[in-house]
Design a protein around this ligand. Sequence first.
Ligand code: HEC
Length: 155
Amino acid sequence: MFRLSRIGLALVLLGAVGFASLPQTAAAADDAANVIKYRKQVMVANASHITAIFSVLKGETSYAGHIAAHARAIADGAAMMPDIFPEGSGSGDTGALPSIWQDWPKFQAAAKALQTAAADLAAAASSGDIAAVGAAAGAVGKACGGCHEPFRKKK
Ligand code: HEC
């Protein structure tokens, strides 16, 4: 029993070391086209989570207990945003505008605003106050638009 857990611990530590030696932001060294594909997936994931939340709020489904987890996933995605727009990833098959890198602090603030709005939504959902959930979900939607407006090409 003791030996087994020692081996388990060693494996866990090995795993931790393996991860720790990975660079925190690999993106700088990654191919720009792959970074663009990757960040679109992060955006699409966010869109899926907010769509799932609105499915509940519109009464199409009754998965109210899932809202907080969807909101936390959006907050996590928002936290990735500064990483997934590295300098040099502004050309190619992308809707990203040069304004992102010209006004980086404002872009970071827009990502932070989404992170905060999504965390507020998660908190509202956990409290079970449905009116607060509706308002907080609206604020999340606004935070998406608050970044797309200045930083994403119009369709
Ligand atoms: C901090 C800025 C920022 C925030 C916040 C943000 N986005 Fe985006 N989003 C972008 C940019 C810039 C692009 C264009 C990316 C590209 O084409 O390289 C984009 C692209 C997208 C796309 C298109 C992806 C594709 O396949 O081309 C979707 C969908 C999307 N965002 C949804 C969302 C949703 C939903 C939210 C809120 C929950 C959100 N975004 C929040 C900046 C943001």
